[in-house]
Design a protein around this ligand. Structure first.
Ligand code: ACK
Length: 303
């Protein structure tokens, strides 16, 4: 019962190879929405050389979105256009950008956000504090970390800083493969390596490195800090970091050298890796290539 959108559109300009005729995109259902954006499950017809219908995810802006949100989505599209395909980065399939509404057409990841996958895997008694069994094995959890490190190694090698790396921004496919998404904040900093944020929007405080929190400095190494927090989210099956602590107090604690505790069921070797990501000095943190090696070693030693 979906509808073709903008069915009368004609004469798509040839200049942008990413441009898809809007009437080839048919909306199936809404996947989710934030305050300014929406993501739709759609069928796209004859795109990317694929004959017939393909299930895709389409990101759009809501009517109340302002210029800033629009620029964020345009920026996200730009970053995605600049990347060659990688197995652990959500793939851009095309866009409808010649008139409003802007559509960013991406590959569809059936299981949705990693954060929900983690939370849904919890045993029934999680909230009574008696952990029931998880439908994810510890091997799978470390595999998620490894895949994300691999995707981030690729992005950082392209000079891309994500700046909002967190379980809510990782998507999971039907085959349980992790894909990095949500490049709305990402910046291509190939020329500067360290990005200085000029204005303050809503910030992901609990995932931010001290130099980002206090000096607005972002780099591949501030993404590494966030990766450590993301590992903590994975190991705790989607808990919110610094549970019960207000954001202002999180900042204070980080400044005073406090770090996330080792989760109850977390192996020391796993905690050591995340702790290494939280070195006060960015240069003393591992890079994503080293994180891949450390995580790979855990996976090998396990088997
Ligand atoms: O957990 P979810 O279903 O996964 O809820 C969110 C929602 O849209 C708002 O972001 C889902 N979503 C976003 N991008 C995609 C995608 N490429 N494939 C499948 N679901 C997606 C996300």
């Amino acid at each position: 019962n979906g509808q073709y959108i903008g069915g009368k559109e004609s004469a798509i300009k040839e200049c942008d190879p990413w441009e898809i005729p809007r009437h080839h995109v048919r909306v199936c259902s809404i996947l989710g929405e934030g305050s300014f954006g929406q993501v739709w499950k759609c069928e796209a017809y004859n795109i990317m050389g694929f004959k017939g219908n393909m299930v895709v995810a389409v990101k759009t802006l809501k009517d109340n979105a302002g210029e800033r949100e629009r620029l964020d989505l345009v920026q996200e599209l730009q970053v995605m256009k600049s990347l060659e395909p990688h197995p652990h980065v959500v793939k851009l399939l095309g866009c409808c950008s010649e008139r409003d509404p802007l559509f960013v057409v991406m590959e569809y990841a059936k299981l949705g956000k990693l954060q929900s996958v983690l939370r849904n895997s919890r045993g029934v008694n999680y909230y009574t504090n008696t952990h029931g069994p998880s439908s994810l094995t510890s091997h799978e959890l470390i595999m998620f970390c490894y895949q994300i490190a691999k995707g981030m190694d690729f992005l950082s090698s392209k000079g891309i800083i994500h700046r909002d790396l967190a379980a809510r921004n990782i998507l999971v496919t039907e085959e349980r493969t992790c894909k990095i998404s949500d490049f709305g904040f990402a910046r291509d900093v190939a020329n500067s390596r360290v990005y200085e944020r000029k204005s303050e929007g809503r910030l992901p405080i609990r995932w931010m490195a001290p130099e980002s929190l206090f000096d607005n400095m972002y780099s591949a190494k501030s993404d590494v800090w966030s990766f450590g927090v993301l590992m903590w989210e994975i190991v705790t099956l989607g808990s919110t970091p610094y549970p019960g602590v207000a954001a202002a107090d999180v900042m204070k604690r980080i400044r005073d050298g406090y770090r996330l505790d080792k989760p109850q069921h977390c192996r020391r070797e796993v905690y050591n890796i995340m702790f290494y990501c939280w070195d006060k000095c960015p240069d003393d943190r591992p890079d994503f290539a080293e994180l891949m090696c450390l995580l790979d070693k855990l996976l090998v030693d396990e088997t």
